[in-house]
Design a protein around this ligand. Structure first.
Ligand code: GUN
Length: 278
């Protein structure tokens, strides 16, 4: 059975559209993109498209691959102080000559709608009740909730420990009373954990990494990433075999991007409401 991320995302967009139409002022969301990574460009185009659909004012600052780190930090400082920027994002990955952690942590936490800065990550770790959270882990939790899958008591395996997906997702699962195993490149035998798991979230960026023999017949598979090679899409999970058998699985890629962008827009409005309550 397929967990339909695209359908859930379109329901969320309709709810958000109503919410935005009731606001008395414009919401501003800005984005910085450095370089011409094809996935990032596609991703940013989706963000722009959906922001415009919701009447959120979206502006992109797109720089060349060799853009200087200090100039980028200056731009961030400018956006931090700019009254017409409610929130902004720096699209990842950044080119290799730029220190990603330094750049991300230069963003004012109040304007970090991706929830990537140290301060915001900390709020997630201590489960501050007002928190937003980064978009990819949030869509996974939202999708499970929409399909009435309660993670309490469940054994959940997260494959990969990145700062933007694996770690925050593991924390969110833990905050919701799941029992978590986070696997990574130094895990001895990943299938030892996945075979016993109720839910496996795979975000490793390796084609067909998760195969049918690594799970059990009830495992719910959330396939987070996919890779495009020679115009062909390869999922992290062996999507067709798993889906042709008995397991629930997320649809990729449509569902993934639709949900991630929907969560960014949802975060933008939540952040707007939090700021206005103050
Ligand atoms: N690159 C991949 N996913 C994301 C995301 O959610 N936010 C940003 N800023 N960059 C990304």
């Amino acid at each position: 059975m397929i967990i339909d991320g695209k359908k859930v995302a379109s329901e969320i967009y309709e709810e958000l559209k109503k919410e935005v139409s009731n606001l008395s002022e414009k919401v501003y969301l800005k984005a910085i993109l450095v370089g011409n990574n094809e996935d990032s460009i596609r991703y940013i185009n989706q963000k722009k498209k959906w922001a415009e659909y919701l009447w959120i004012d979206f502006e992109l600052f797109h720089y060349e691959e060799n853009f200087d780190e200090q100039e980028l930090l200056n731009k961030i400082e400018w956006l931090n102080d700019d009254k017409k920027t409610h929130w902004f994002i720096v699209q990842l990955p950044l080119p290799k000559h730029i220190d990603t952690a330094k750049v991300i942590n230069a963003i004012k936490p109040e304007k970090d709608v991706d929830w990537f800065t140290k301060q915001n990550f900390w709020k997630l770790a201590i489960w501050d009740s007002s928190f937003l959270a980064s978009c990819t882990p949030t869509w996974i939790m939202t999708l499970l909730e929409k399909y009435n899958i309660d993670v309490t008591w469940k054994d959940v395996v997260v494959i990969w420990r990145s700062n933007i997906v694996g770690k925050p997702l593991s924390l969110m699962m833990l905050n919701n009373s799941a029992t978590i195993t986070t696997c990574h490149s130094r895990t001895k035998d990943i299938s030892y954990y996945t075979k016993k798991a109720d839910i496996v979230c795979v975000a490793i960026w390796k084609p067909w990494f998760l195969t049918l023999d690594m799970i059990n017949k009830n495992t719910i598979v959330i396939d987070v990433w996919f890779t495009v090679r020679d115009w062909k899409i390869y999922w992290d999970a062996d999507f067709e075999t798993i889906n042709n058998n008995w397991n629930m699985i997320t649809p990729v890629p449509g569902g993934v991007w639709a949900m991630t962008v929907a969560m960014l827009m949802q975060n933008t409005l939540k952040a707007y409401n939090i700021q206005n309550e103050k």
